[in-house]
Design a protein around this ligand. Structure first.
Ligand code: B12
Length: 220
């Protein structure tokens, strides 16, 4: 759909009003919210990141693009179709200490909710003590950590280590996600799974939940 290309370009050109208008038009003309998010908004904002890396855009441009994309996602959220097959798992999600990126985390949250998960959002810049306390007090099947900066990848490792030290690691499964992360990094720090994007996360979370439940004794 040509409109999606135009929307991607509007994000890249930081035209907030155009992002809003084209998001509504693309949706009215039949593009699904998932398609608009994945093919236009995420692609557009990643290109903004590339221009930032090339020294052509600066922090204010990242902020404007982030706001435009967040507003578009907020508009689309009510239209994301709830899946028929729903899980009844509990998921705790947050962005690690030192990191305030939350657009990806919020998309993951939205998609998990649409697939029947109860999601608790711990927010951004969350330290390992807070995660440990929430895991200790809650009853989460999975805890998910987001990190977008190479600089905050060590915070992921520290948070998983803190869960171990607090004797909480067996209480929950751990997923990680964010642009600089990989499955290899997940293996290295002892996480159970890496979610490449929101859709991959929903699938892997369901697999982890199935594994959990089949491993638990039945009855009693
Ligand atoms: C928008 C943006 C910002 C906004 C964030 C607004 C917000 N509310 O989030 C603002 C302006 C605040 C910002 C600030 C900074 N940013 Co910034 N930012 C970006 C940008 C352009 C887009 C991020 C984004 O939303 N991507 C789209 C989402 C949908 O993708 P995603 O987050 O990867 O999420 C998907 C998956 O990763 C996965 N996922 C995400 N989280 C989780 C969690 C779990 C549990 C799971 C399973 C999966 C999962 O699913 C998501 C959906 O598909 C990126 C560029 C990029 N390529 O990502 C740079 C980028 C991440 N920023 C960068 C930098 C350097 C900074 C600053 C340090 C700049 C500065 N000089 O101050 C600060 C750091 C602030 C801080 N302490 O956190 C660099 C990081 C480089 C690096 N490798 O470390 C990038 C890559 C830009 C670049 N190319 O240089 N930024």
């Amino acid at each position: 759909m040509q409109l999606l290309g135009e929307l991607r370009q509007a994000v890249l050109d930081l035209k907030m009003d155009e992002v809003d208008r084209l998001t509504r038009t693309a949706h009215k003309e039949g593009a699904s919210p998932e398609q608009i998010i994945e093919e236009a908004l995420i692609e557009g904002i990643r290109k903004v990141g590339d221009l930032f890396a090339d020294g052509k855009y600066f922090l204010p441009e990242l902020l404007v693009a982030g706001q435009a994309v967040q507003a578009a996602i907020a508009y689309l959220e009510p239209y994301v179709v709830n899946a028929e097959q729903t899980s009844s798992g509990k998921f705790l999600i947050g962005t690690v200490k030192g990191d305030i990126h939350d657009i990806g985390k919020n998309i993951v949250t939205m998609m998990l909710k649409c697939n029947g998960w109860q999601v608790e959002d711990a927010g951004v810049d969350v330290d390992s003590d807070t995660f440990c306390r929430m895991v200790a007090e809650g009853d989460y099947d999975i805890v998910g950590f987001s990190a977008l900066l190479t600089m905050t990848m060590p915070a992921l490792k520290e948070t998983v280590a803190a869960l171990n030290e607090a004797g909480l690691r067996d209480k929950t499964r751990v997923m990680i996600g964010g642009a600089p992360l990989t499955q290899e990094f997940a293996d290295e720090i002892g996480a159970d799974a890496f979610g490449r994007d929101a859709w991959d996360t929903v699938n892997k979370a369901a697999e982890l939940l199935d594994g959990n439940r089949s491993a638990q004794p039945t009855g009693g």
